[in-house]
Design a protein around this ligand. Structure first.
Ligand code: SF4
Length: 348
C-alpha cells in the first residue's frame, strides 16, 4: 500500500536552470521556512482521517532538487522532521531530486536523517531528449546514481515523462528497457504538458513543439504500463495530480484528470476485443471481471461496450462482476466454458 504522504513543497529549490517543461518559479514568499515545516506537519497529522492513521506516513520534500540545495539548508529541513520520527508519528522521509545530485557524502547525510525514499527526476533515458529539455544531466547519471542508491538501500522511484521534444514512441520504449534493467521500486509517468510560463510555452507558440494528443498518450502509456507490470515494476502514478494551479496554467497537451483510468479502460478494451475475435459466440456476450474492474471494462460513458457491440455486431453485452475474481483479468462465457485473459499476457 502506498504511504500517506505529507508533501512539503520547495518550489525550484536547488534547480540550476529551468527545465523546458517546468513553470515552477523560485519565490521566497512561497518557500516554507524550515521552522514552518514543523507546524505544517502537526496540522497535517491532525486532519488524517481515523481509518488512515495506521498507514505508513512519510514527509515528502517535493518541488525542487532537494539534494542540490545548500547542505546546511537540507539539514535544517530534515531536522524539523526528526521529533516526529522519534515519537513515531511519522515513519520516514521522502525527497525528490535530480540524478546528478546524489553523491556518496549526500547519501550518507540523508540516511542519517532517515530519508527512506528518493524520487529521481529521470524523465528520459535518451540523451538528446534530456538535452532538448535542458535537464543538465544525461542518462549515464541516472545509471550511476541508481546503483549507488541501491547500495545504500534507499527505496528508489523514477519520474518519467513522455512526449518531450525529440521523444518518440520507440525512444519511450528504449527508455523503459533501460529503466527495467535498473529496477527502480516504482515509477511515475507524466505526459508533457504545455504550461503557462514554462519555456516550452514559447516553443509551442512559435510552432516549434506539438504535444502528444490524448489518444497518442493513452496508446504510448498503455504499452508502457504493461511493459513495466510485466517486469514487476510498480506504476505509482500516471499523469500529474489535478490541482487548481494545473487547471489554471494548462495550455495544451494530453491532460486528463483520470488518465490512469483511461489507460486501464483501453487495456480492458483490447482484452475484450482479443477474446471476442478468438472466441466468436453468437450475438450476446457475457464477460466476467472483478467488481472493481467493471468500470474499466465499460470505459468512460460506456464507450468500450458501444465500440465492441458495433464492431462485433452484438445485440447485448452482459458483465458479471465477481468479488473473488483476480484484478486485471477478463473472462468470457463460451459454449466450451469460460475463457480468460490476463492483462499481462496482452501482446502488441
Ligand atoms: S523540473 Fe524540477 S529540476 Fe527542473 S526546473 Fe522544475 S523543479 Fe527544477
Amino acid at each position: 500500500m502506498n504511504p500517506l504522504i505529507i508533501p512539503v513543497f520547495l518550489p525550484s529549490m536547488g534547480c540550476r536552470e529551468r527545465c523546458l517543461f517546468c513553470n515552477q518559479k523560485a519565490s521566497a514568499e512561497r518557500l516554507p521556512s524550515p521552522s514552518s515545516v514543523r507546524n505544517f506537519i502537526e496540522t497535517s497529522l491532525s486532519v488524517i482521517p481515523f481509518d488512515k492513521r495506521n498507514r505508513e506516513k512519510q514527509v515528502a520534500f517535493y518541488g525542487g532538487s532537494f539534494t542540490a540545495i545548500h547542505r546546511d539548508e537540507q539539514v535544517r529541513y530534515l531536522k524539523e522532521v526528526q521529533p516526529f520520527l522519534a515519537s513515531g508519528l511519522i515513519d520516514s522521509i521522502r525527497i525528490s531530486t535530480r540524478p546528478d545530485a546524489l553523491d556518496e557524502e549526500t547519501l550518507s547525510m540523508i540516511k542519517e536523517y532517515r530519508v527512506k525514499t528518493i524520487e529521481v527526476g529521470v524523465q528520459s533515458m535518451i540523451d538528446e531528449v534530456l538535452l532538448l529539455a535542458h535537464r543538465g544531466h544525461c542518462a549515464e547519471d541516472t545509471i550511476t546514481t541508481t546503483w549507488r542508491l541501491k547500495q545504500w538501500n534507499f527505496e528508489v522511484g523514477f519520474q518519467l515523462m513522455i512526449g518531450l521534444p525529440g521523444d518518440t514512441f520507440n525512444r519511450f520504449l528504449q527508455t523503459l528497457d533501460r529503466v527495467i534493467v535498473l529496477q527502480p521500486d516504482f515509477v511515475r509517468i507524466h505526459p508533457t504538458l504545455v504550461l503557462k510560463g514554462a519555456p516550452l510555452e514559447n516553443l509551442w507558440r512559435t510552432g516549434g513543439y506539438s504535444p502528444l494528443s490524448l489518444d497518442e498518450a493513452v496508446q504510448w502509456l498503455k504499452k508502457g504500463i504493461l511493459k513495466l507490470e510485466n517486469s514487476s515494476i510498480r506504476v505509482a502514478r500516471i499523469g500529474l495530480q489535478p490541482t487548481k494551479e494545473l487547471e489554471r496554467d494548462f495550455l495544451a497537451g494530453p491532460y486528463h484528470p483520470a488518465l490512469h483510468q483511461l489507460i486501464d479502460s483501453a487495456i480492458f478494451f483490447d482484452m475484450a476485443e482479443y477474446l471476442l475475435e478468438n472466441h466468436p459466440n453468437g450475438s450476446q456476450s457475457i464477460f466476467f471481471c472483478h467488481l472493481k474492474d467493471i468500470s474499466n471494462l465499460k470505459g468512460q460513458r460506456n464507450e468500450n461496450i458501444l465500440k465492441l457491440k458495433n464492431h462485433f455486431k452484438l445485440s447485448e453485452i452482459l458483465i458479471d462482476g465477481r468479488q473473488e475474481w483476480p484484478r486485471g483479468c477478463l473472462g468470457l462465457q463460451t459454449q466450451e466454458g469460460e475463457v480468460l485473459i490476463d492483462r499481462k499476457s496482452l501482446i502488441f
